[in-house]
Structure formats: C-alpha cells, structure tokens
Ligand binder design. Structure first.
Ligand SMILES: [Fe+2]
Length: 550
C-alpha cells in the first residue's frame, strides 16, 4: 500500500456505499444463533459510596464481570463470577425510551476508588460454546470540596448520548417517525453503548484521512468502511470514551497530573463541583450542551476559574429530562418542531447556539463558534487540508518550550487538526489574524493559530452522488446565520476555520484549541502538542507540582 492508497477492508463497492450511506446499528438479537450479552448502568457517573445498578440482557444464564479503572495505568477493581442474567424483551424505540431491563447486579462505589473512568467487561458463554462479551463504562466522580493542584476533566457525555447507535436511533439517523427513517429528537442513556465506544483495537481508523488523497479522487471514509467490515458502530470514531476522552485522561495521569473525572451531568446538576478546581478541562468531540452547563462554566470562569478546552464542535443546545436520563435535541428541525420554540422560552430551543432565537453563541463561553468552523480532513471537506494548526503568534505563553515559529503547523505530526473544528470570522492584517467585530468574539480575545475548514463538499471534478456530508450543513448554517439557504447565503458561510484562542473573562481565563483531534495527537505522542497542553495545565494549576497518579 502506498501512502496514496485508501486502506482496503475487503468490502465490495456496494458494501462500501452501504458502510457510508446506509443505516446499520446494534439491536437485541443481531448476533442470531451465537447469542448475545448486553448491559448498561443506571447513570453515567457515581459519587463515592453510591450504588451502581447494572442492567443485563443475555442469552446466557450466567456471566462474569470484570471492572478496571482505565487511567494512566489499568487497575483491576472488581471481579465477580456466576452472576445471573436472562433475556429481556426490549421496546422497539428503546433508543428513545430506554431499554427497561431489570437490575442484574448492583455494587457500591468504594470511597477508596479514585475518581476516573471505569470500564467493565461482561463475559458469558455463547450458544456455540464460544465466549460472548459486552463492554460498558461509568465515571466515578470526586467528592465535593477543594482539590488544589488537580485538573477536573469533563467527559463529553452529551456527545456520547447523541452519537450512540445502539437500538437504532440517535441524533443523526434513526428508526423513529412514521416511516422509521428519522433521527430521534430524544435519546435515552438507559441503553448499552454501541460497539467501539468503550474499547477499540489500536488500528481502528480515526475520522481524518491518514492517506494523501490522490489527484481527482472521490472521497472515501476508511473509518466507516472499517466499522462495517468489523462489526463496530458506524459512529465509533465520532464519539465515546475509546476514541476521545480516554486519550487525555490517560496521558495526563502518565504525565503526573492528578485528574478527576465528571460527566456533563455534573455541570448541569451539581455545578458547585467546579469550585474545587483551579483548572477544568474539556476534550475531544464535545458537541451537545445544556443552558445550565454553560451557566456553570461561565460562572466558574467569572469567579476566577480557568477553562482549558482542547475540543471541537460546540454546536447544539440540548435539554435534559427525567433527571438526565433523556437528552432532547431537535437540531435541524428545532424551529419547525421543538415545542419550546413555539410555546415556551425560545432561548431554550434545542437548536444551534448561534440561532438568534437562542441568542447565546458558543463564543460567549469558549471564544469560538461551531458555525464558523466545521469540517476538515474528511470527505470532500479539505481532504488534503492542514493536519495541525498554522501558528500566527508563536510568542504566546502557551508555546513556550516548543521552539515553534511563525507559519509552523502545530500538531501536524500527531494530526491534531480535524475532523470538526471551531472558529470565528476573521481578517488578517500585517500577517496576523483578528476576529472581526461581527464575529462575536469576547473582548480581548487573541487568535494564536488558525487553519482552514469547509462546510460544504464542493469540487469541480468530483460527482455529487459520492458525497456523504453534501451541502446540508452549509444550508442549515446559512438559514441560521443569514436567514435563507440560497446560493448566495451558502456562499457567505461555507468557508470556515479552526482556531486556537485565549482570553480572560471576569477573574478567570479560557484557553481553547478548537479541534476534536487534539486528543489524537496526545495519543500519538506529538511532542509539541504535549508541551502546549502541559503549558496550559501548568499555568492554570498555578505553582502546584505535578502529583503522581493514584
Ligand atoms: Fe459533531
């Protein structure tokens, strides 16, 4: 294979098309005669001392469970054999309503278990005598109170919920609606995670293309082809612990940082948890937030907290129902269908933050807007684009010790830039980018780095029927920002960018490298990206020395 060849996973052209454009997902009974075991927990995160309830549906009567803490090192936590399970009927719309299975096993979170990510593996015997498995994941959150010198990582659980394909519907595709062909505007956390959200083989492709796309070549999508060929979720590379959040958590512990982990539910329901920390970090593909979560971060920064965001795609407002068990996001259909827009408080409409009815652009919290950024490195959106952030202000404190120069590409080695990035409208004067007055950038924001992205697959040479992303997002952003989706409006919005920015707010400060793939560069050991990440954490943690991992 040359570096110009797409990887081949043995699919026919028809299968490749189905892998990208089809709707395939995990559902009870999918493995037929082999048998299955599935599970989920009753929450995403647990306080020390809380009870974890595990719901299991299995064709086998007995199973074993192993739990490890998935940090800088992997620590065995719990092992139980001979637990009892049975098969449950599952509602057709379980993605929306939850699976409703009974609790098979419950256990307390030992107050000695350190905060972090906990991975569980269930193993049983399949009908053919071979083992069957499932994986799940929960967070042990820290107790409330002051935690000097420690980083609080907020896992992007809103995106996990939105992208989870298990049961057939998520916020992207689905089996909801009269013709069973619509994405779900409400999705439940009471269902298993799709395959690839918790564990992945190391060779699973990421979304941004690793190959150098040859001349005049139609886009291909190695991650979806790999998923289809190997029985993983179509969205394994879009969200989840395995593809995103885990890479920062493990890296930071290995570097000697003390890291505590929470879900986004804590931002929403227990915002005071932030007050214990000098630095709160947001990582990966972090696309779905509630109003209350933003209030929590805004208040924390105002009062002197530091927010370090190495993440992309701050796009949609959600609402939580049933104490966080269900997430509502009408997205593209919000103005037409979200009852809150018609008869409630329109600022809580579950659409784009930049919609004027909501009136709370993402830049007000993190300095960047998703609608000014978007795709790079996949499909027909800048497939040969920058793989790192082109640097404009190398003298900034975040770059100390990197040796980086003006015009260098930060993170190209680890491919830190993609596949969704956040930006601002800008001008370049004297070789330096500045946000335009209309960009909505917070007062005093500095643009440190800036790379191009695209909202629309558009090529004079490539046929439109090979498009996966198409122009749907460009039209939506045009409607949102300009008011119509005609050609002129699309032309105004389709050219985006991804930025690294820094600004102060109240007594606090925000640093934001607006790219989903920053974590991929940490995973790959990109020394410059590691140094910048450490510079940000060290500054925000003050003079506290790094602690050994627990
Ligand atoms: Fe996204």
């Amino acid at each position: 294979m040359s570096k110009n060849d797409f990887p081949d996973f043995g699919l026919t052209p028809e299968q490749r098309r189905e892998a990208v454009l089809g709707h395939y997902y995990e559902y009870p009974g999918m493995d037929g005669e082999r048998g299955e075991i599935w599970c989920y927990t009753d929450a995403y995160s647990y306080a020390p001392g809380a009870t974890v309830r595990l719901q299991v549906s299995s064709t086998a009567e007995r199973y074993r469970i192993e739990i490890v803490r998935d940090g800088g090192v992997e620590t065995p936590i719990l092992l139980r054999e001979n637990l009892f399970s049975r098969w449950h009927e599952t509602p057709d719309q379980c993605s929306v309503t939850g699976c409703g299975w009974e609790t098979s096993f419950e256990f307390p979170v030992d107050p000695d278990w350190p905060s972090g990510g906990y991975r569980l593996t269930l193993t049983a015997e399949g009908r053919d005598g071979r083992p069957i498995h499932c994986h799940h994941f929960f967070i042990v959150r820290p107790s409330l109170g002051r935690k000097p010198g420690r980083v609080l990582q907020v896992a992007a659980t809103g995106s996990w919920t939105a992208y989870n394909t298990w049961g057939g519907s998520n916020h992207y595709q689905g089996i909801t609606g009269p013709d069973r062909n619509q994405y779900a505007t409400t999705v439940s956390i009471e269902r298993p995670f799709c395959r690839g959200f918790v564990v992945l083989p190391p060779d699973a492709p990421r979304v941004p293309l690793e190959i150098h796309t040859p001349v005049a070549t139609a886009p291909r999508y190695p991650h979806m082809e790999w998923a289809y060929a190997n029985g993983y979720s179509k969205k394994y590379a879009s969200s989840g612990w395995a593809s995103y959040d885990s890479h920062f958590f493990r890296w930071a512990e290995r570097q000697g940082y003390g890291v505590d982990l929470v879900s986004q539910h804590e931002l929403h329901f227990t915002p005071e948890i932030l007050e214990g920390y000098d630095c709160v970090a947001f990582l990966g593909h972090d696309e779905y937030w509630t109003w209350e979560m933003r209030d929590a971060v805004d208040g924390y920064v105002e009062r002197g907290g530091s927010a370090a965001r190495f993440a992309g795609n701050f796009m949609w407002q959600t609402r939580l129902e049933d104490g966080g068990k269900r997430q509502v996001c009408y997205k593209y259909r919000a103005r037409a269908e979200d009852p809150v827009f018609q008869s409630g408080d329109p600022t809580r409409m579950s659409g784009s933050w930049e919609d004027e009815a909501i009136g709370r652009p993402g830049a007000l919290t993190f300095g960047l807007n998703a609608t000014s950024g978007l795709y790079v490195g996949w499909g027909g959106c800048a497939p040969r684009g920058a793989r790192g952030f082109p640097v404009y202000r190398p003298e900034h404190w975040a770059f100390v010790g990197t040796g980086i120069y003006y015009g260098d590409i930060l993170g190209s080695e680890g491919h830190a830039f993609g596949y969704e990035v956040d930006g601002l409208d800008y001008v370049i004067r004297g070789g330096l980018p500045e946000p335009t007055p209309e960009s909505g950038a917070p007062e005093g924001l500095q643009v440190l780095a800036l790379g191009m992205s695209s909202l629309k697959e558009e090529s004079a040479d490539i046929a439109a029927d090979d498009q996966f992303l198409s122009d749907a997002d460009a039209k939506f952003v045009a409607r949102t920002l300009v008011g119509d989706d005609g050609e002129a409006a699309v032309d105004r919005v389709k050219r985006g960018c991804g930025m690294i920015v820094n600004f102060t707010r109240g007594q606090g400060e925000v640093f934001h490298a607006g790219s989903c793939e920053w974590v991929a560069a940490l995973k790959r050991g990109d020394a410059m990206v590691e140094r910048v990440t450490a510079n940000v954490l060290d500054r925000y943690l003050g003079s506290f020395p790094r602690q050994a991992h627990p």
